[in-house]
Design a protein around this ligand. Structure first.
Ligand SMILES: *Cc1c(COP(=O)(O)O)cnc(C)c1O
Length: 236
């Protein structure tokens, strides 16, 4: 490991946040959109406490995590200290973790099956919390990837809202790593428009500008803000 002082971490992280925010604004303007309509979700998975603190020091308040337990470890104390923090689950969720997820996250971006909709509804009733939900769509029809098939979005949406009373606000997707992302962004945007869903979570470090050109309202950016991720063991 290369030794680095907290001060240099702070500086480079605040520089990176400024750069990414400037690129987001430029991409929005370039697409004829209001930059205020694009929200940066800082993906803090595996990051060390000093990196989180540096991100908070820049004013960033919305973060994405892909594991429930890791999010609890990283954020529980800070949730008590920073009133306007907002956390989003961007990784797959098992039904037996639904209650923990609902307790810590404000938005669950990875609803992809009816069984999970039921578990979330139960957890919401039990905890009194009321996170909103995005449906994750497997736009690349990748067998190993989470997300509902494009053809099944309508029925899952109707069950999630009608049967389970969930607040479904939009869609999320992770395009296949080995394909150009634009067709996937287009697909997601079209499905959202078909259903009148306002939130589109798409775009990561390598492609957030393209996602914004296709209507992303939330971009999930990790390594472009924090540098390369640490191995999971160093995380908590
Ligand atoms: C890790 C992750 C990101 C961030 O990826 P970067 O390429 O580091 O920006 C975005 N979305 C999801 C679902 C992720 O798991």
């Amino acid at each position: 490991m290369t030794p680095s002082s907290p001060a240099s971490t702070d500086t480079s992280i605040s520089d990176r946040f400024a750069t990414v925010r400037a690129r987001i604004d430029a991409a929005a303007r370039g697409a004829g959109r209001d930059p205020a309509d694009v929200t940066l979700v800082a993906v803090s998975k595996t990051q060390l406490p000093e990196a989180i603190d540096a991100a908070l020091a820049t004013g960033q308040r919305m973060f994405g995590e892909n594991r429930v337990q890791e999010a609890q470890a990283r954020w529980t104390a800070r949730l008590a200290e920073v009133p306007d923090l907002s956390l989003r689950l961007i990784g797959p969720l098992q039904t037996n973790k639904a209650e923990d997820a609902v307790a810590v996250f404000d938005v669950i971006e990875t609803l992809d099956r009816e069984k999970l909709a039921r578990a979330l509804a139960d957890a919401i009733q039990k905890t009194g919390r009321d996170p909103s939900v995005l449906i994750q769509v497997n736009t690349g029809a990748e067998p190993q990837k989470a997300g509902v098939a494009v053809a099944d979005v309508a029925s899952l949406l109707s069950a999630a809202r009608g049967t389970y009373g969930l607040r479904v606000e939009g869609l999320m997707a992770i395009p296949p790593v080995d394909e150009v992302p634009e067709p996937h962004f287009q697909t997601l945007a079209r499905i959202a428009a078909d259903h009148g869903l306002p939130v589109l979570s798409m775009g990561m470090s390598g492609d957030y500008a393209a996602a914004i050109a296709h209507g992303a309202t939330h971009v999930r950016v990790g390594s472009a803000l924090f540098g390369e991720r640490k191995p999971p063991l160093a995380a908590v």
